[in-house]
Design a protein around this ligand. Structure first.
Ligand code: KG4
Ligand code: ZN
Length: 341
């Protein structure tokens, strides 16, 4: 079956075609970063309006690339939440409109389920159960994943998400928006340890995180000081080292607590090279395995939505309902409340 996936939860328009036997056939992404850059963050109304402009032309592009037509679609999937309400509504309304016109099922997918299952797109894929470290701009969570739709929350951030901390610290270092990748790049030229930042909650004895204090600690180090390029790079390197150390330690603790051997890493911060290097090294030493999606599928994309929908359709005991003329989105939606297909 051919599934079209549509992702519009924030500032990236992603579309993809996933075939149940042939895998990912085509995908396309349009990032709105330049649109929001002047504002230092995502402007929800601008985001919604831009998604409207992009979804259908991008869909036509990927259909052409894959040599398919709308008539070949067996289902349409979209991000139902969590995310910006207006942005989600664009994907939801287009998905329902298409599915209704084509007479095919429509599936609303949880954005974090998309992230969390994305490492399964890579071969060899981990087998259930495994631990997932979900680190994005809006979430930092450790989950025990027993199967598709069976997610148990083990720990999460008490304040800022890991990506949010990267972005806010990048702003303090005047690296623009979104700052995570720029901060990671600057950190390559710096030396951790030249300044000292805390490792928040490293020894808290639980699997929760807290990253807002780290950003405040950076602020007190840089405020009112004219830092040269090397000094800024050193701050970036120490910040990255601190966040990575905590993420690695808590991920290993989650594996030890549950007795599981496999870790998957998902979400935008999962693209961070230092995190990947440190995690892989620490895991190898303990005989554990770590799985990552391709870096392009760490950040928001349509492929993870089409893929999660395809998995749900494969596991479904009954076919999803055909599109009705009413629908809603869920700007706030707890991943642990999901149920298996
Ligand atoms: O998963 P994602 O695209 O969107 C959300 O669902 O939030 O994650 C975006 C976040 C941003 O905060 C961005 O700065 C961060 O992921 N990010 C990175 C890197 N690439 C993206 N953070 C650190 N290092 C990176 N290489
Ligand atoms: Zn995301």
């Amino acid at each position: 079956m051919l599934v079209l996936g549509i992702e519009t939860s924030c500032d990236e328009t992603g579309v993809a075609l996933h075939h149940s036997e042939r895998g990912l056939l085509a995908h396309a992404l349009y990032t709105q970063a330049a649109l929001h850059a002047d504002y230092g963050g995502v402007v929800p109304e601008l985001a919604s309006r831009d998604h409207i402009r992009r979804v259908l032309p991008l869909t036509q592009d990927i259909l052409r690339q894959a040599g398919c037509s709308l008539a070949d679609l067996g289902a349409v999937a979209y991000t139902e939440g969590p995310g910006l309400a207006g942005a989600l509504l664009v994907g939801a309304s287009i998905a329902h409109g298409l599915a209704w016109a084509l007479g095919v099922p429509v599936l609303g997918i949880h954005h974090l389920e998309g992230h969390l299952l994305s490492p399964l797109m890579v071969k060899p894929a981990p087998a259930f159960p495994f631990i997932a470290l979900l680190v994005s701009g809006g979430h930092s969570q450790l989950m025990r994943v027993a199967g598709v739709g069976a997610y148990e929350l083990l720990g999460e951030t008490l304040d800022d998400a890991a990506g949010e901390a990267f972005d806010k610290t990048a702003q303090l270092l005047e690296l623009g928006y979104p700052g995570g990748p720029a901060l990671a790049k600057l950190a390559e030229r710096g030396k951790p340890g030249r300044i000292t930042l805390p490792r928040p909650m490293l020894h808290s004895g639980d699997l929760d995180f807290s990253f807002s204090g780290l950003k405040t600690a950076v602020m007190t180090q840089v405020k009112g000081r004219a830092l040269g390029m090397q000094a800024r790079a050193d701050v970036a390197a120490e910040f990255q080292a601190a966040i990575v150390e905590v993420l690695v330690a808590k991920s290993l603790a989650a594996l030890a607590d549950t007795g599981l051997q496999q870790l998957v890493v998902a979400g935008g911060v999962g693209a961070n090279r230092e995190l990947r290097t440190r995690l892989t090294r620490a895991a190898e030493r303990r005989g554990l395995q770590v799985f990552y999606p391709a870096p392009e599928f760490c950040t928001d994309n349509g492929a993870m939505i089409a893929f999660a929908a395809a998995l749900r359709l494969t596991h479904a005991s009954r076919l999803s309902p055909l599109a009705s003329r009413s629908f809603s989105v869920r700007p706030r939606w707890d991943l642990a409340t999901l149920v298996p297909a």
